[in-house]
Design a protein around this ligand. Structure first.
Ligand code: NAP
Length: 274
């Protein structure tokens, strides 16, 4: 389907968007097509991807391909990884697909727990690595990983989801260190509550939240892309005084880590029984 795989650096290239059948991913696809990116859209619901592809082709005149895949299934994930590895026109990957079940762990079906880990962690890591391999070889490309503010905050109903997003946070920050000084960029986006289907699917309808705390999906994606344009490594769409708050958070994190590099038990454990 793709006739657009030539190597012209003036073109924005192909953007891969996972979870492009709904919510934030559908809007990332729109905004990236508007900027002239050709697209490869990934999700399970092929009918929705086809609708999106048709609309985006007609509105923006870009090439849009679709790949129906369950990123929680190893064979499908591998198919997507191979498609990314094989396409040198890819300049951007948005690892957006995600799933959430919000419930105490003992009330969470094992399959739902596994699915969060498979999609939010395993798939995101695999696709990050395969995309980065190509980007590094070409010294050009942008990886956008969608985390969550629940990556540094956890609730009695979000242990697994928060755990998966904690992985996205630490993993993506590590990748940023790895690509520093190269032509490759890695952006971490940490949305707070945003009005998409994920809430209903998680078991907590968005109507249960204080509307004042809920952002529109359009605002979230537009802020994420504005953050990308500003060169932000980490974009928190809803945080106004981000710079001082994040500096204080990160400084405390670094100081705590530094204090752990000590080689001896802390004095409060000096009298501990053996
Ligand atoms: P959404 O409306 O539920 O969309 C999720 C997307 O992921 C859909 O396109 C879905 O497509 C895809 N997806 C889910 N499971 C998949 C699987 N196994 N294989 C392939 N695709 C799969 O949710 P959203 O709010 O836009 O979420 C996008 C990202 O933002 C997620 O990573 C989420 O954790 C994160 N986030 C959301 C919020 C929020 O409040 N909305 C806040 C912080 C972070 P199919 O069902 O067609 O497969």
């Amino acid at each position: 389907m793709s006739e657009q795989a030539n190597n012209t650096s003036a073109k924005p290239g192909t953007a891969v968007v996972t979870g492009a059948s709904a919510g934030l991913g559908r809007l990332f696809a729109d905004r990236l097509a508007r900027r002239g990116h050709d697209l490869l859209l990934v999700a399970r619901r092929g009918d929705r991807l086809d609708e999106a592809a048709k609309a985006l082709r007609s509105q923006y005149g870009v090439t849009v391909n679709t790949l129906v895949a369950d990123l929680g299934a190893a064979a499908d994930l591998e198919r997507v990884a191979q498609a990314i590895a094989a396409d040198a026109s890819i300049t951007l990957l948005v690892n957006n697909a995600g799933t959430s079940t919000l419930a105490p762990v003992l009330a969470t079906a094992p399959a739902s727990a596994q699915s969060m880990i498979d999609v939010n962690v395993t798939a995101l890591a695999r696709l990050s690595l395969v995309a980065l391999a190509g980007f590094k070889a070409r010294d050009r490309g942008t990886l956008i990983n969608i985390g969550s503010v629940l990556g540094f905050h956890t609730l009695p109903i979000s242990s697994i989801y928060s755990g998966t997003k904690g992985f996205v946070l630490n993993f993506t920050r590590g990748l940023q260190e790895e690509v520093a000084g190269s032509g490759v960029r890695v952006q971490l986006v940490l949305p707070a509550a945003t009005a998409t289907d994920i809430w209903e699917l998680s078991g907590v309808p968005v109507t249960n939240l204080d509307p004042a705390h809920v952002m529109t999906a359009e605002h979230c994606v537009d802020a994420a892309i504005a953050g990308l344009d500003l060169g932000e490594p980490i974009t928190m769409p809803s945080v106004d005084d981000y710079a001082p708050l994040f500096a204080a958070y990160d400084d405390a994190r670094a100081r705590l880590f530094g204090a752990s590099q000590n080689g001896t038990p802390a004095t409060r454990y000096a009298g501990a029984a053996r």
